[in-house]
Design a protein around this ligand. Sequence first.
Ligand code: ATP
Length: 246
Amino acid sequence: MTSPILLAVEGLTVSFDGFKAVDDLSLYVERNEVRVVIGPNGAGKTTLLDLICGKTRATDGSIKFKDTELTRLAEDKIVHEGVGRKFQTPSIYENLTVFQNLELSYPKGRTVFGSLFFRRTPAITARVKEIAEMIYLDDDLEKSAGLLSHGQKQWLEIGMLLIQDPELLMLDEPVAGMSVVERERTAELLNRISTNRSVLVIEHDMDFVKDIAHKVTVLHQGKVLAEGKMDDIQKNERVIEVYLGH
Ligand SMILES: Nc1ncnc2c1ncn2[C@@H]1O[C@H](COP(=O)(O)OP(=O)(O)OP(=O)(O)O)[C@@H](O)[C@H]1O
């Protein structure tokens, strides 16, 4: 039987000139789980994602993704293992169309030959359309990405990750700056995509967290302060004291 745990972070520590931004942190994310990480500014949330995607190197501890230890892998290898990461600011190509942005992100195989001789096939076109529908952009395929609204740009970037079919998708504040309607549609999107992948989200918008989180992890000073269902987290006195009460 395959393990229900997709990502196992154990004893993870990173120290910047002696300051531990992430300090002996352990956390387990199951398959098809939406986990939200919350906590005050500077708690170590972004650093945690940086460590998982290989942007920052751990000082100590382990990050196991299925059976693979990620702490020593290069960033591109981690992507190839099935971990996709979206940063706060969208990194889309504004002067290309929605279709072209998605097509560019389609996995081309790892050889130089594969990327040099990339050709649009019916299968690729079908996949681009399928993803565009998922991210509410099927009517905008020929539109320049630069003309999309802020929320649509965020969805496009999520689509550019989804087309690579990651088993773990990590998102840093996906609904920041979005309208109420866009937030609702993003929640719907995340609920839908987690039927066959796990999602790890950093978020400050508590209404959005309630809509998407299966489980919430609260970070404080690089450590796990509390973990559980959102209803319990909201009643937790320590959490109210350091974060939710502010
Ligand atoms: N490369 C680095 N060098 C030195 N200090 C760093 C580095 N990266 C992060 N830090 C520090 O680590 C701490 C945790 O930062 P991090 O960005 O992970 O917090 P966060 O929980 O994401 O906060 P926010 O909600 O403000 O985004 C902060 O004190 C930050 O200044």
